[in-house]
Design a binder for this molecule. Structure first.
Ligand code: TPP
Ligand code: MG
Length: 606
């Protein structure tokens, strides 16, 4: 749906019809023309005077199509929507952010996108930079000398161009930088004076076709040969699959490589689906931290190829009690190109006998070419999972709630018939209920561990999936849902179908485990672990909060039977175009396997 001027019932008839796209007469018209030339589909925003010139150009110069405005109640949501969209569509959109205040609201979500290596074009308004043109008071408090400094530690690049022509080059440059691997957000701050400047002569758009995307580097031949030799000699090869291309062909090539060398594949629930979870060579379910089985595989492996595994060094050391594994290690990652000194998302320095600065899936393709002709290894993993998958759900801790594992089982089994695209899973999700066979089966996590991104990322990803054959589904924690709640309004307003299931334990539960840990270390009462963390008394009515924004709200549901009934209604509504939220009450407990792996981490065990 487009918010055309004519569609607004309050619009006076005299301004009802937006003029057809016109010649660029103002600075921001030229900028809007460039956004269209770049084929940017949407621009998410929460309005602000510092980009009123650009806003006018989007509406009255371009007619609010390509890019179409996505109105958001909070800037954090606008960025989270761009994040989710880019993950599902595999192409970025733009966000407009109001001066310093809008950018300040947006920072959490920008950080998430940065850590997730997800591209987006952030356009900020600022000024007028020329103080002569500032209104008293507000233009002064909303003008900062170096806005980019607010986000420089977690964007790939930023700029504040000094003329309209320079702004066009800057945006084009930013668009290219954002999408060059490793991808990430870029920020271009646009002087309000420049946006509102009348053009006395046409400012030509850059010839976009003369600026194609840069080609990525290929792995050096000697690195390919050395890795191939190492894998040929290995008896227990291990692929650790981290941040990789979300493309079906690349997904298939990873399977072919694992099969050809008989490698066990490990996957990470922090990244999108990267390998079929039910494949015999994937014996250990994806998890936030390496499970017991995955750690054993790391210890026993004699060759490890990391495809940009997130915190390879930390994971290896944790699996090996602080030491390095015996295996020879190949690390293939472009990530060092974006490491900087502000945040430590570069993680532990990973040991690597061969370190390759290239896109990991390019290495996979080369290794397949090198090794693919050889006889296939048996599709039997060299190490079997010890823990049998949790067939039966544990008994619920409380009678008026489900166990999280029950919710996971019913959700997985019910939705399997509808080609679900899982956009998000909550922190305690039992990995054995991850049934992924295609990149779109699971979009990934939030990147930066910033709670509150779930609803916005859900709407963004579901928007990208709108009209396709997938059922967009997100299972969110209640804390995550409540922090990002008003994204639902944007979803309903733009008719974005999606199913949100809130795993509602009425708690910021993850932190209960931390408080329990503190209590144990200090010999204090563990029973107090919930104080200051429970979202109860009153428990927010999550379904009503959805209905209050025009979405369908179901629940609270407290049993698997009630959940199954809610699914029936909600899925039908979503297939009819609705945004539906099910409030599913679960006990404030994670499964034993998840809790013990989290606890191990809370204790900082290596
Ligand atoms: C912005 C932000 N604030 C606080 C935290 C700390 N934190 C980590 S997990 C968590 C609880 C999340 O609650 P919920 O989404 O309900 O999931 P649950 O732990 O209950 O399964 C919190 C507060 C964070 N990661 N990000
Ligand atoms: Mg919770």
């Amino acid at each position: 749906m487009t918010d055309s001027v004519a569609a607004n019932p309050d619009a006076p008839a005299a301004v009802a019809a937006a003029p057809a796209p016109s010649r660029a007469a103002w600075g921001s018209d030229a900028i809007a023309d460039l956004l269209r030339a770049l084929d940017i589909e949407f621009i998410a925003l929460t309005p602000g005077a510092s980009f009123r010139g650009l806003h006018d150009s989007l509406v009255n110069h371009l007619g609010n199509t390509r890019p179409e405005i996505l109105l958001c109640v909070h800037e954090e949501t606008a960025v989270a929507i761009a994040h989710g969209y880019a993950r599902a569509a595999r192409r970025p959109i733009a966000v407009a952010l109001h001066a310093n205040v809008g950018l300040m609201h947006a920072t959490m979500a920008i950080f998430n996108a940065w850590c997730d290596r997800v591209p987006m074009l952030l356009l900020g308004g600022v000024g007028p930079v020329d103080a002569v043109h500032r209104r008293p008071w507000v233009d002064w408090i909303h003008t900062s000398r170096d806005l980019g400094a607010l986000v420089r530690g977690y964007t790939k690049w930023d700029d504040q161009p000094g003329s309209v022509a320079a702004a066009l080059e800057s945006i084009l440059r930013g668009w290219r930088i954002a999408q060059a691997e490793p991808q990430g957000p870029v920020y271009v701050s646009l002087d309000a004076g420049l946006q509102e400047q009348a053009l006395t002569a046409p400012v030509p758009l850059p010839e976009i076709e003369r600026f194609p995307a840069s080609m990525a580097a290929a792995p050096p031949p000697e690195a390919i040969r050395e890795t191939a030799r190492m894998l040929e000699d290995a008896r227990r090869p291990l692929l650790m699959i981290g941040r990789v291309w979300p493309e079906p062909a690349a997904f298939e090539r990873r399977v072919a490589l694992a099969e050809c060398i008989g490698a066990i594949a490990l996957t990470d629930i922090k990244t999108g689906a990267s390998f079929p979870t039910q494949h015999p060579l994937h014996p250990f379910p994806p998890s936030l931290y390496a499970s017991g089985g995955a750690s054993e595989a790391i210890r026993q492996a004699d060759a490890i190829v990391s495809l940009d595994w997130i915190d390879l060094g930390g994971t290896l050391r944790q699996a090996c009690g602080g030491a390095l594994p015996r295996a020879r290690i190949v690390q293939c990652s472009l990530d060092p190109y974006v490491h900087n000194g502000w945040n430590m998302d570069y993680q532990t320095l990973p040991p690597a006998d061969v370190s390759i600065l290239a896109p990991p899936d390019a290495l996979v393709a080369e290794l397949l070419a090198e090794l693919g002709a050889r006889e296939r290894a048996p599709a039997r993993p060299w190490l079997q999972a010890e823990e049998a998958p949790q067939a039966a759900a544990p008994a619920p801790a409380q009678r008026d709630r489900m166990a999280l594992a029950e919710l996971a089982r019913v959700t997985t089994e019910t939705l399997a018939r509808y080609r679900p695209a899982y956009i998000r899973l909550p922190l305690g999700w039992p990995g054995e209920y991850c049934r992924f066979a295609h990149p779109l089966d699971y979009i990934g996590f939030d990147g930066g561990g910033g709670i509150g991104s779930g609803p916005g990322m859900t709407i963004g990803a579901a928007l990208a999936l709108r009209g396709g054959d997938r059922l967009p589904v997100a299972v969110l924690g209640d804390g995550d849902y409540l922090m990002g709640l008003t994204a639902l309004w944007t979803g309903v307003h733009y008719r974005v179908p999606a199913l949100i299931v809130v795993a509602n334990n009425e708690s910021f539960f993850n932190d209960e485990l931390h408080q329990e840990r503190m209590a144990r270390v200090r010999g204090r009462p563990v029973e107090n672990r919930w104080i200051g963390l429970r979202l109860s008394d009153p428990a927010p009515d999550l379904a009503a909060l959805a209905r209050g924004q025009g979405a369908n709200g179901y629940g609270p549901v407290r049993t698997v039977e009630a959940l199954a009934r809610a699914f029936e209604e909600a899925i039908e509504a979503v297939r009819g175009g609705a945004l539906a939220v099910i409030d599913a009450r679960v006990a404030p407990e994670y499964s034993r396997a998840v809790s013990s792996s989290l606890m191990r981490n809370l204790q900082g065990e290596r």
